[in-house]
Design a binder for this molecule. Structure first.
Ligand code: SF4
Length: 463
């Protein structure tokens, strides 16, 4: 049997991280290397499944930081079992413990989430110690791990080149290489639809500035001219965030960046927005989710419709683009509210700042999410769709469920055809008008295709 310290005896598998080079693989790789292991890596969002790499591995650790990754990861695990039945399969990441029961029953020998890297090293040691005793049997699901780690810089040398991942599209359409780093993990908030609170319970962990900068440096050496700070919320710790952004600009003044921050933080930290712009912040992604105060209250988002307008004004006047993300289909969103969202996007000149897939997003209720057990959802909640890892729910107005299906299909085809976002928006508006049985407004002439657009990453946002 291969020793766990042999090259490739541990295989870390990335499934999908929104088109970024998978940091959730690069960080465990660095922890394992520091402990003397020589893991191999595989990113199935870019590379074909590699049976040879699987057969060499005693431990296959599959990263599932998001729902799409989990669905792909379960398929990967089935193929791993086929190729190498005695390999230990571990699922790690946010969606691993949320779905622990199912995974341990069908696919996994162990699951872990939270600050997992030391636990992965521990698992490797455990397998090493057990090597003479034969395969290690299934382990019980552990609670999320919330211990502060001593981070090394992520190890990226074995991952596919940055060229294979999402690029930055600047306003003039130029495409540039983009890197993805994190200056913190977890979140101090408790939004009910988010997978982070059930795992992190309102805690977040900062990564030392020196480690973040070491990672940025290696990405810039690999050709990145833009950095995405993928922290769940960059402004959870504003002092740390500014410290990191200042260090980035001091050392690499030509490098631009984007961040994700909630509306509440954008308002509370609005005095720092002009400085963030001066330091190179091109755009901010913010989970607006809805303009309905009822929906926002059910999601416990911590902002109102009025806050959204105020935050948009503050970000714009700092010279930064706001890229709102939405959850337009929830059991509490009315057809009129859906149309109002489209009016807002159009009226605020945000059409180029919203990836059209956003107009189709349906509230995802994974097992273990705060929403799954909420009173407000109960009247609409159906059974758990076990193999797809979410609770089904039905809108009280059947027109909304039909509209969601039609918008999702239209947005997916438009993304595949790389259709101009303005044209897709017009077609989605027509679908909404049809559902409301109001006359469709005459379509405005298509905007010039060479117009300046809001900067974006070339991967549309899929959850
Ligand atoms: S602020 Fe963002 S990351 Fe934090 S709990 Fe809410 S949705 Fe999740």
């Amino acid at each position: 049997m291969t020793g766990v310290r042999e090259p490739g005896a541990i295989l870390l598998v990335g499934c999908y991280e929104l088109g970024h080079q998978p940091l959730a693989v690069a960080w465990p790789a660095a922890f394992l290397e520091r402990a003397g292991y020589r893991p191999a890596v595989l990113d199935v969002s870019i590379e074909p499944f590699d049976a040879e790499r699987v057969r060499r591995a005693r431990l296959v650790a599959i990263s599932v930081p998001m729902h799409t990754a989990l669905r792909l990861g379960v398929g990967v695990a089935a193929r791993v079992r086929q190729e190498h039945p005695s390999a230990h399969i571990c699922f790690y990441g946010l969606y691993a413990t949320l779905n622990a029961e199912h995974l341990l029953r069908h696919s996994a020998d162990s699951v872990m989430s939270g600050e997992v890297e030391d636990a992965l090293v521990e698992l490797a040691r455990h397998l090493e110690a057990a090597a003479d005793r034969g395969p290690v049997g299934p382990r019980a699901a552990s609670a999320p791990i919330l211990t502060k780690l001593d981070f090394p810089a992520p190890s990226r040398s074995l991952l596919p080149s940055l060229k294979k991942y999402a690029h930055l599209e600047r306003g003039d359409g130029r495409l540039e290489l983009a890197g993805y780093v994190e200056a913190s993990r977890g979140c101090k908030h408790h939004c009910r639809h988010c997978p982070i609170p059930p795992v992190y319970g309102g805690r977040f962990f900062v990564v030392d500035r020196a480690v973040v900068m070491a990672d940025v440096r290696q990405l810039v050496d690999a050709g990145a001219t833009h950095i995405t700070f993928g922290d769940p919320d960059f402004l959870n710790g504003p002092r740390h965030a500014l410290d990191v952004a200042r260090a980035l600009h001091r050392e690499l003044p030509a490098v631009t960046f984007d961040i994700t921050a909630k509306i509440e933080h954008l308002l509370r930290q609005r005095q720092h927005l002009p400085e963030l712009r001066a330091l190179g912040c091109l755009f901010i992604v913010s989970a607006v989710e809805s303009l309905s105060d009822t929906v926002l209250a059910h999601l416990d988002k911590g902002h109102t419709r009025a806050d959204v307008a105020a935050a948009l004004g503050a970000v714009r006047s700092a010279g930064i683009t706001l890229r709102p993300t939405w959850v337009p289909f929830t059991p509490w969103t009315t057809l009129d509210a859906y149309a109002e969202m489209l009016d807002f996007v159009e009226g605020e000149d945000l059409v180029d700042a919203v990836d059209p897939v956003q107009y189709s997003i349906r509230l995802l209720v994974p097992p273990g999410s705060l929403l799954a057990e909420s009173e407000a959802l109960r009247p609409y909640r159906g059974p758990l769709v076990e193999h797809d890892f979410y609770y089904r729910w039905t809108h009280p107005d059947p027109r909304m469920d039909r509209l969601q299906e039609r918008v999702a299909s239209l947005a997916a085809k438009a993304a595949e055809a790389r259709e101009d976002a303005a044209l897709t928006f017009g077609r989605i508006r027509a679908l909404a008008d049809e559902a409301r049985e109001v006359p469709s407004r005459p379509s405005s002439p298509p905007p010039p295709s060479d117009r300046r657009r809001a900067p974006r990453l070339s991967e549309a946002w899929f959850c």
